[in-house]
Design a protein around this ligand. Structure first.
Ligand SMILES: Nc1nc2c([nH]c(=O)n2[C@H]2C[C@H](O)[C@@H](COP(=O)(O)OP(=O)(O)OP(=O)(O)O)O2)c(=O)[nH]1
Ligand SMILES: [Mg+2]
Length: 145
């Protein structure tokens, strides 16, 4: 099982950074949360900050673990470790990707993500709906009282 970190990186306006894997790479053309393989003796947090600087030239601050998603591809199994992070500094320079986008969390489902990312995208969209559900419950409770 290959352990891979993936950053759900948010900017000041709460948009999330997604990147498209370039031609020649495994899963070329699919969108992903940028990151990469964890090296020996490296924590996921250190790995993610290193990968994001190497691949995108930007500084981030890793906030917290979001969720893991395991997936068996034909040639390998990966454990994708999703972490929430904040964008800090730098202009994006692409090396492993041919496109990047800052998107609202509610728009994530419009993009074709790598299969291992789908559960993470689903959870992000679901979490977004929670506050609305709570509002609905509150107004229902008021009606009943
Ligand atoms: N970084 C990243 N990789 C993902 C995601 N979803 C997904 O299936 N993968 C797969 C693609 C690769 O087969 C595997 C490793 O990711 P990677 O290619 O970014 O690894 P890396 O940066 O260390 O790159 P390399 O040295 O292998 O070229 O994980 C994702 O959201 N982010
Ligand atoms: Mg990578």
């Amino acid at each position: 099982m290959i352990e891979v970190t993936a950053g759900i990186i948010q900017n000041a306006s709460k948009k999330v950074l997604i990147t498209r894997r370039k031609a020649g790479k495994h899963l070329a053309g699919f969108w992903e949360f940028p990151g990469g393989k964890i090296e020996a003796d490296e924590t996921p947090e250190v790995c993610l900050a290193r990968e994001i600087m190497e691949e995108l030239n930007i500084g981030i601050s890793v906030r917290s673990h979001f969720m893991d998603s395991t997936y068996d591809y034909d040639t390998k199994s990966i454990c994708l470790k999703g972490y929430l992070a904040d964008y800090l500094e730098g202009d994006i320079i692409l090396t492993d990707h041919d496109q990047y986008k800052w998107v609202a969390q509610s728009e994530l489902s419009k993009y074709e993500f790598a299969p291992a990312d789908i559960p993470i995208v689903k959870k992000l969209m679901h979490d977004l709906e929670l506050p609305r559900d709570i509002k609905k419950l509150k107004s229902l409770a008021k009606e009943l009282l």
